[in-house]
Structure formats: C-alpha cells, structure tokens
Design a binder for this molecule. Structure first.
Ligand SMILES: C[S@@+](CC[C@H](N)C(=O)[O-])C[C@H]1O[C@@H](n2cnc3c(N)ncnc32)[C@H](O)[C@@H]1O
Length: 520
C-alpha cells in the first residue's frame, strides 16, 4: 500500500484545501460545549497526518503564530509543494515532512490537536491501527483528535460503483487513462440502470450524478485506489475504545441532534436507540450517511453531554442572518424568519434574538464573544425602547438557547478565540499573504475563516497590491493606470471620469474582500 500511495499521490497530487471543521478553534469550541477544558488554541501543538501539500495546515500556521504545526505525508511531491509555500510565506512555526504515518517516532509530540482528514479509510489496517495508536499515545491529556472516515451504510452503493470502476480500469496503468475509463463505465452504468426503473436505479444514478461533479484527483484517489474501507460508526468507536479513546462529538454538530428529524422520528429515536453511540448509528441509517468526522478524546475525560446554554459564555459567535422580510421592525412582537448558511432557518420571536441577529450581521465575518453579543443586543433594545418580557437573565437564556439551535442548524459558528482578521479595509489594506500568493496562480484562495473562497481575476490582481504598505490613494492610482492601459489595449473607450469610477470600484472590491474574510 505504501508504494501505491506514494506513486499515485505523487503522480496526481490531491487538491489540498482548508477544512474549517478540522481547525483547533472548531475542535476547542465543541469541547467547551461538551463541558471540557480544551488546550489553548493560540499556543497549541498540532499534528496533521496525511496533510498532502499543507492546504489545511499552512493557513492555520499563518493565523496562529503562537502555535506549532507538524504535517506529514507519504507523498514527497505534495510535501515539497507545501514546503515551497511555507518558505514563500516565511513561516517558522510549521514543519512539513515526507514520511509514513507508520514511521512517526513515538517520542515526537505530544500534540494538543491531531488531525487525520481523509486518510483513515484509505490506508491499510496496520496504518489505521497506527493512527489510533498515535492519537492514544501522542495526544496531550486534554487533547482532541479529529479522524474522518468513509462510513456505512452510505458507502454500500458507492462501493458497488467503485468496484465496477476499479474492475473496468484495472487493465490500465496510467492514472489519467484509468480516470477516463472509470468515468466512462460509471456513465454507462447510469444509462444502463435507467431501463430497470427500480430503487437501485435511483440510488445508482444519484451517486453517479454526484461523481460527475468531482475533480479527477478525487475520482482517482476515492474510487480507484486499492484501499478504501468504509466502516460503521459503532465499529470505529469500538476500535478507538481499544486504544483508550472515547468519542466526543461529530465535527458537524448538527448531525448529532435527533431533533433535526421530524418530531415523531426524533421521539422514536430516543426510545429505540438509547445512548449517544446507538442513536448516532441509527441516524446514519436514516440518512444513508457516507462520511463521518469524529472527534476523540482520552478515556476518562469527563464529557458532559447535557449541553446547557451557559456553556456559550466562554465562546464567541459568528453568523449571517438574512431576514426573509426586509426592514423588519424590532419593536414589533411579530416572529421574524431568518435564513442562513446551509439552508438553515430561524424563527425569532424574542427581541433579544432579533437584536443579536442585527449585531452579528454588522460584525460578520468576525466572531463576537457571546457576552458582548448579549450586552450589545440589550443596548439595541434599550435604544429602540423595546420593552422586554422578562428579566435580563431570562433574555440572556433565551438568546443562548436560540444561538445553540442556530449552531445545530449551521446558521452560526462557535469560536474559542478572537477572529484573526478585520471586518473593514484599514488605511493601508492588507490581504492574507497566503491568499495573495494563491491568487497569483488560482482564483480559489483560502480566507482567514479557514475556508476556500472563489475570487475573480480582477480581485486576484487587486490583491497583489494589498500588502499593507500602500494607502488607499496609492491603490486607487495604480488601479486607474491599469484601467486606462486595459482600455487602450482592448480599444474600449476610456470613461470621462476614470478616477471616480475606478475609486468606486476599488472601494466595492475592498468591501467585498473584507466580507469574505480575506483582509487582515
Ligand atoms: C485522500 S488524501 C487526503 C489529503 C488531505 N488530508 C485532505 O483531506 O485533503 C490522503 C493522503 O494521505 C496520504 N497518505 C496515504 N498513506 C499514508 C501514509 N502511510 N503515511 C502518510 N501519509 C499517507 C496520501 O499521500 C494523501 O496525501
């Protein structure tokens, strides 16, 4: 397996992206919700296993200068790509090494956060065991491990398609040819089963529809690698337990909540599947789940699953709330419907929650400590002379309960540290140095919320000016020169007042970059 992994990822490197759900900030927030005291995010030690070219680890190192990062991957090509980025950014708090998980010295670490994203299911048994051993032996006592894996039952049907793709492409050695053949046979399958008009057809066609949208590197490594062993959630938990590790939570908190199902299903779930593991396992069947992102902690760490709203006190909140009715009146007692990320909805009846939504919108993309949200929301209500139905403490409890629900639906995010960026362009705007570097080659860049963001060619060019040394006037002047030069080259008419037009455009562009968390 080692040899196969090395060659395939060297030949066709994985698109290495940031995964916000693996960020120590997210892991620590979940730990706080479950009553734990996680290691300090700002000064933590992080290990990433199978880090590819560091697309996930490098942005963490950039925004957490007081923390230390180690990333390892078998593919020397991917590691040297990552090392080049580390060198270009001049980061001294991250080390990327080409080595196998099985060769990590037992003396390295300990680490507060260990991340293995997209690795566990794709490596053979001995490496899987080693991953759990490392999490068991090299994780600090209050540390958190993140391990994602392909899971059943969702991978049952996908596995059938994978089997056919591998069978059909087995005769070929060259990766691109294998991908092409595999895609072709999958399309053939989708067309062929259509005639059957069955449940099988529906399952297969939806799987292949999703497959068509995937990049070649994903198809190769997900469908054509020798090893890809999905397992049930409960089996993973049992394996972890053998290494003295217990399940803390899913990185996608909303998937843990039975009440996200219709009420009658949620009620039955509690009855027929008591306990967190059984309940989550049965929910996987209800959802036909195919991928899991499990957080593990040491056995004996006192996980408290009764999540009370007061846990929010130690955390910060960020979120965007789109009121479905524009210009709602905060003084009215009417329920206001908001929509947000991931199709989430909130029906807010209380004044304090409506006020909090306004405040979080104002602060977006930054996070605000929950205590500040409460204080500011109360001030808004006072300013608008909104009479409150209960005491201050009751209002705070209502807001905390609403924010927890919003966290469950994906409408807000919780954070354990202050946001490492500003929400407005400063006098000398500075874009994330990593995003600037990425924008030289690509329109997909990593923002300071640890998410991939798509920009256009004009923004990519403008970002090259945003190194924190140029004033707005200088930026405007250069942008005007570019606009005039471009009009001359393309033969288009130079507008009458190019200065005003370009300044306005630069202003809008800078606001946009701030809104998508690309400005420091
Ligand atoms: C599917 S990719 C995932 C990469 C990245 N973590 C992500 O989620 O985007 C799996 C990675 O694990 C690496 N890998 C496979 N076997 C390994 C081993 N024994 N030791 C270290 N890395 C390994 C591969 O080289 C590849 O970069």
């Amino acid at each position: 397996m080692a040899a196969e992994s090395k060659s395939t990822y060297d030949d066709v490197p994985y698109t290495s992206l940031p995964f916000a759900q693996t960020h120590p900030d997210r892991l620590a927030s979940l730990a706080v919700l479950f009553g734990l005291e996680p290691p300090s995010v700002e000064r933590c030690h992080v290990l990433e296993l199978g880090c590819a070219s560091g697309g996930n680890l490098i942005p963490m190192a950039l925004t957490m200068p007081g923390a230390e990062f180690v990333g390892i991957d078998l593919s020397s090509v991917q590691i040297s790509d990552g090392q080049a980025v580390v060198a270009a950014l001049g980061l001294g708090n991250i080390r990327l090494s080409a080595m196998s998980i099985t060769d990590i010295a037992p003396t390295s670490g300990p680490f507060d956060y260990i991340i293995a994203h997209g690795v566990y299911s794709w490596v053979p048994d001995d490496v899987q065991t080693r991953i759990l051993e490392i999490c068991s032996r090299q994780l600090t006592p209050s540390g958190i491990a993140f391990i994602s894996f392909n899971t059943l039952p969702g991978w049952r049907t996908r596995g059938v398609i994978r089997d056919l793709m591998r069978y059909h492409a087995a005769q070929l050695a060259e990766p691109r040819a294998r991908i092409e053949q595999a895609r072709g046979i999958a399309d053939f399958l989708a067309g062929g089963v259509a005639a059957a008009n069955s449940g099988y057809e529906t399952l297969v066609r939806s799987e292949i529809e999703a497959l068509r949208g995937q990049a070649d590197d994903y198809v190769l490594h997900e469908y054509l690698e020798e090893t890809n062993e999905p397992l049930y959630f409960h089996q993973f938990v049992e394996r972890a337990a053998k290494h003295g590790l217990q399940y803390l939570a899913d990185a996608d908190f909303g998937t843990m909540i039975a009440s996200n199902f219709p009420p009658e299903v949620a009620k039955a779930l509690v009855r027929i599947a008591p306990g967190v593991i059984r309940q989550e396992q049965v929910m996987d069947f209800l959802r036909n789940r195919s991928f899991r992102q499990a957080l593990l902690v040491h056995d004996g760490v006192p996980v408290n699953r009764k999540i009370t709203p007061d846990r929010l006190r130690g955390l910060a909140v960020s979120g965007l709330f789109q009121a479905e009715e524009r210009d709602f009146d905060i003084r009215s007692n009417d329920v206001v419907a908001f929509s947000g990320a991931r199709g989430s909805r909130l029906r807010a009846g209380s004044g304090i929650t409506k006020a909090a939504a306004m405040i979080l919108n104002e602060f977006w993309p930054r996070a605000l400590p929950f205590g500040d949200v409460v204080r500011r929301a109360k001030a808004v209500l006072r300013d608008w002379a909104v009479s409150s139905a209960g005491t201050d403490a009751e209002a705070e409890a209502t807001l905390a309960a609403d924010m927890l629900r919003c966290f469950g639906s994906g409408m807000v995010q919780l954070h354990a540290r202050p946001s490492p960026f500003s929400a407005a362009p400063g006098d000398k705007p500075a874009a994330s140095p990593l995003a600037r570097l990425q924008a030289r080659r690509d329109i997909r860049v990593t923002n300071l919320r640890h998410e991939p963001v798509q920009i256009d060619a004009d923004l990519a060019r403008l970002m090259q000016l945003l190194d924190g040394t140029r004033s707005r006037e200088e930026i405007d002047r250069i942008a005007i020169e570019w606009a005039i030069a471009s009009a001359r080259t393309t033969g288009t008419e130079i507008p009458e007042e190019p200065e005003r037009l370009v300044k306005d455009r630069v202003g809008v562009a800078l606001q946009h970059l701030a809104r998508v968390a690309l400005l420091l």
